[in-house]
Design a binder for this molecule. Structure first.
Ligand SMILES: *[C@@H]1O[C@H](CO)[C@@H](O)[C@H](O)[C@H]1NC(C)=O
Ligand SMILES: *[C@@H]1O[C@H](CO)[C@@H](O)[C@H](O)[C@H]1NC(C)=O
Ligand SMILES: *[C@@H]1O[C@H](CO)[C@@H](O)[C@H](O)[C@H]1NC(C)=O
Ligand SMILES: *[C@@H]1O[C@H](CO)[C@@H](O)[C@H](O)[C@H]1NC(C)=O
Ligand SMILES: *[C@@H]1O[C@H](CO)[C@@H](O)[C@H](O)[C@H]1NC(C)=O
Ligand SMILES: *[C@@H]1O[C@H](CO)[C@@H](O)[C@H](O)[C@H]1NC(C)=O
Length: 412
């Protein structure tokens, strides 16, 4: 949902205003921080999230917030203090991200507001959501929780046919208003893995006991790839579609290095710097083929975000007696919960990812019972703006060590 969107704002500022330095670290911080605090809170070593989706929803909440509630969200999200200007930048960014996608890529995002018939929402707020977020607004009867969940799910499924069951009846029992966002990406890899080369590999736990198998995909090709010493990692770029707009950045920590320790470097190293180095190295070494092995995988994650947002300084919004959202409604609203759900399917030729905030939180334990060994970090990125649309860590498999050493440079 979040992180790179903010870096995009930074780019705008650099172009349009001398206050760039002052604002620059805020947008970057939100994505870096929400990822960091979320994984820490859930002790997540195997998950997917959309910081961009979370950021969108939080900025939507900000639009109706007052006092300290307003200030805290503003600081955490790096929203520009001039809200008019912020909404203008947001619109520009949304246009850049969602309006022209290349062949082989679908990317869409929708904000929605479901409102109980007994709660009044100010017209000015609805207008903001409509104009700046192109939001779907619906008034529903939250008393009838099951029917309301069905209706809400239909609204979402009308826009995203493959996204079902976002809401359950329980969600409406505890809320009087639901503000959310759904983001969906589907992309065909520019250089797909050939299914004929995919092999099953057994994975073992730390006691050398077999605990299952994974499908290991394989390809040899000319792909952007760098040894990134300052990040203790190898970094691979897998482009989508027919141009340079979207890609998956895969960061393989050196053997023995934890992903989160690599991740920490991202408060000093910009995604743009990574992309630049990949490009430079590719120009210099591009005629060489590399061998890539990656698991075919599917990850689903549900995560409550109150604690991570608390860690980022957002408190009042969650307190019944402190939350101030007078610009949404005079009915004394506060945020009951922020829930995020995301899923990625990464296969030979196609990647499908979607995320919702809030999402149905299904109480599955976060951490896997498989011992994580040599995991990797992935970022789904819109390159021109360096916007991170999805991010996650894969760690269910101990042979990634081999993967590092098997990215070989062959002489032509
Ligand atoms: C961003 O994070 C860095 C540390 O990671 C911190 O020094 C800086 O003050 C933060 N900037 C803002 C605007 O919060
Ligand atoms: C906020 O931004 C708008 C649009 O760029 C501008 O017209 C307005 O003067 C700004 N307001 C303040 C207080 O700077
Ligand atoms: C949102 O705005 C469009 C025009 O921009 C208008 O047609 C539509 O009725 C508005 N929807 C709501 C719910 O206000
Ligand atoms: C995949 O590999 C098989 C076996 O080498 C080959 O026959 C086939 O043409 C390849 N498919 C594609 C799409 O390259
Ligand atoms: C793990 O088990 C395999 C056979 O299942 C054996 O060949 C191998 O030596 C064992 N490795 C270790 C480190 O015990
Ligand atoms: C790729 O090119 C860079 C210079 O851009 C060089 O430092 C690096 O060693 C090269 N890598 C390989 C594997 O040749």
């Amino acid at each position: 949902m979040t992180s790179i969107m903010l870096i995009m704002l930074l780019t705008f500022l650099v172009a349009s205003c001398n206050c760039a330095v002052e604002f620059s670290s805020r947008p970057r911080n939100f994505s870096i921080e929400i990822f960091f605090f979320t994984q820490r809170e859930g002790r997540l070593d195997h998950f997917v999230m959309s910081p961009f989706c979370i950021w969108s929803v939080m900025t939507g909440a900000y639009a109706g917030a007052h006092g300290d509630t307003n200030t805290q969200i503003q600081r955490a999200t790096g929203i520009l203090k001039n809200h008019t200007l912020f909404l203008k930048r947001l619109k520009d960014l949304s246009n850049t991200l969602f309006q022209s996608t290349p062949n082989g890529v679908e990317l869409s995002s929708t904000t929605f507001l479901f409102q109980d018939k007994d709660v009044s929402v100010l017209q000015s707020y609805k207008t903001t959501l409509n104009r700046s977020y192109k939001a779907q607004l619906r008034i529903l009867d939250f008393q009838d929780t099951l029917e309301t969940a069905n209706q809400a799910n239909r609204v979402i499924q009308n826009i995203f046919p493959t996204v079902s069951n976002v809401f359950h009846a329980d969600d409406f029992a505890k809320a009087s208003l639901i503000l959310g966002n759904v983001i969906y990406f589907r992309g065909i890899l520019k250089t797909p893995f050939n299914v004929s080369y995919t092999t099953e590999e057994i994975i073992y736990d730390e006691k050398n006991k077999s605990i299952g198998s994974i499908s290991m995909m394989h390809q040899k090709g000319k792909l952007p790839y760098s040894n990134f010493e300052t990040m203790n990692s190898y970094i691979l770029e897998l482009p989508y579609g027919n141009d340079e707009k979207f890609c998956m950045l895969v960061i393989f920590p050196y053997p023995g290095v934890r992903p989160i320790d690599v991740y920490r470097n991202l408060d000093k190293i910009y995604i743009k710097d990574i992309l630049t180095k990949l490009e430079t190295d590719f120009k210099n070494n591009g005629s060489q083929e590399i061998d890539v092995k990656m698991p075919r995988f599917r990850i689903r994650t549900s995560m409550p975000l109150r604690k991570p947002l608390n860690d980022m300084g957002v408190f009042d919004a969650f307190e019944p007696d402190l939350g101030r959202f007078e610009d949404i409604s005079r009915d004394g609203l506060y945020i009951h919960s922020v829930e995020h759900k995301a899923e990625i399917i990464f296969a030979e030729s196609e990647t499908v990812v979607f995320a919702t905030t809030p999402g149905y939180f299904d109480n599955q334990p976060f951490s896997s019972n498989l011992k994580a060994q040599q995991p990797f970090i992935f970022f789904l990125i819109e390159k021109p703006t360096a916007t991170i649309i999805f991010a996650g860590i894969y760690s269910r498999h101990r042979y990634l060590n081999d993967l590092n050493s098997r990215i070989l440079f062959n002489d032509d």
